[in-house]
Design a protein around this ligand. Structure first.
Ligand SMILES: *Cc1c(COP(=O)(O)O)cnc(C)c1O
Length: 364
């Protein structure tokens, strides 16, 4: 080996965007009440777990999976009642689909536009793929600022616009009429990211046949399959046929395909869990309203954003008491003193409220 090899460093070789990135932080949650990542807190019923165990035992893991995942796609089509004119694209989580979309449009100087605060992966993936990133701030009450959006789209001509519906981390559904106006004015694709659709009573799926530049993305992660890594996007055949070319072969493994298929045959189980979570969200919201100095925001997702004085210290206080939530207080000017809690089981929610009250009492 020549000594000049030592001169080859990450700094000399990697793109500046990559050097500037911070890896997506995943904190250690061992032994904690885990209310930080919008997971479904419920395990599957025992009978279904046994069915899955038998299924997995017979899977041919020596073979590549069905590259087109035809049976799984048919299940998804049936569950969401997809018309023939639309197609489905599968991803290893919907994060992978965001990346695939960005890769597809990333011509030099192409722009990805989103709002802030919103899902951080839109910005990160713009950096991964060398796209320009533009964000438009939400209003004080986390609504879309339509005039600002129209101006930004006019100015930057984004190839992609991402809107999380409901929005993460604020939990609200944007005004559907405003989104429609954004889709109509957009010079490129608009992706409505419905990661939390199971907890909201609203969707842009029915609009797909009206707007050819609209794509709707969903994930099974928040519905109880975070460990499987499966997301999908729905849109017109014309767009999906092109995007499909960028999907890495076999991106959805055989275990994921088979287990997801089985779970979709029992979709009612997952939907019942989601209903339970919606009820517990109402309970948790009322309890948060009742805690002095806490201001929760109304949520259509499986989490609640709230504002509290000394948020950093309250976050640490919760952690010390074994409850892990998400600290957003330094993530955006609109989120000063904001924390986000995922709705857990009734027991976990009570544990969280108790720990929150104790942590707040320390500071008054
Ligand atoms: C969680 C989340 C996703 C990504 O989910 P995957 O686990 O990658 O399927 C996408 N969008 C939003 C808004 C999310 O909150």
């Amino acid at each position: 080996m020549s000594s000049t090899n030592f001169g080859i460093t990450p700094e000399s070789l990697l793109r500046q965007e990559v050097l500037d990135l911070k890896a997506y932080p995943v904190p250690d949650s061992t032994g904690m009440v885990k209310l930080d990542a919008m997971e479904n807190p419920y395990p599957l019923p025992q009978s279904l777990r046994e069915e899955i165990a038998r299924l997995v035992a017979d899977v041919a893991i020596n073979r590549y999976p069905d590259a087109d995942a035809q049976r799984l796609k048919a299940c998804i089509r049936a569950v969401i009642g997809l018309p023939q004119s639309l197609d489905v694209l599968l991803g290893n989580g919907s994060d992978e689909i965001i990346q695939l979309l960005a890769l597809a449009v990333a011509k030099p100087n192409a722009t990805l536009l989103s709002v802030e605060p919103s899902f951080v992966m839109y910005k990160m993936i713009a950096a991964f793929t060398g796209m320009q990133y533009v964000s438009v701030p939400l209003t004080e009450d986390f609504a879309l600022d339509l005039p600002a959006m129209l101006t930004a789209m006019q100015q930057h001509q984004p190839a992609l616009v991402f809107l999380s519906y409901p929005n993460n981390p604020t939990g609200n559904l944007f005004d559907a009429e405003v989104i429609a106006q954004i889709i109509e004015a957009a010079p490129g694709l608009v992706v409505v990211d419905e990661a939390y659709y199971a907890f909201a009573n609203a969707s842009f799926m029915p609009m797909l046949t009206r707007y050819p530049n609209l794509l709707v993305m969903r994930t099974f992660s928040k519905l109880g399959m975070a460990g499987l890594r499966l997301g999908f996007m729905v849109g017109s055949k014309v767009w999906l046929a092109q995007l499909e070319k960028l999907r890495l072969p076999y991106n959805v493994g055989v275990l994921t395909q088979q287990v997801a298929e089985k779970l979709l045959q029992h979709h009612d189980v997952l939907l019942r869990q989601a209903e339970q979570i919606k009820q517990d969200r109402a309970w948790l919201y009322e309890r948060l309203v009742g805690v002095a100095d806490v201001r929760p925001y109304v949520s259509d997702a499986n989490f609640i954003l709230f504002r509290v004085m000394h948020a950093d210290k309250i976050f640490q206080g919760l952690k010390k008491r074994g409850v892990l939530i998400k600290n957003l207080s330094k993530s955006h000017p609109l989120l000063v003193d904001c924390l986000r809690v995922t709705v857990g089981t009734p027991q976990e929610n009570e544990q969280f409220i108790r720990a929150l009250q104790e942590s707040i009492h320390q500071f008054v």
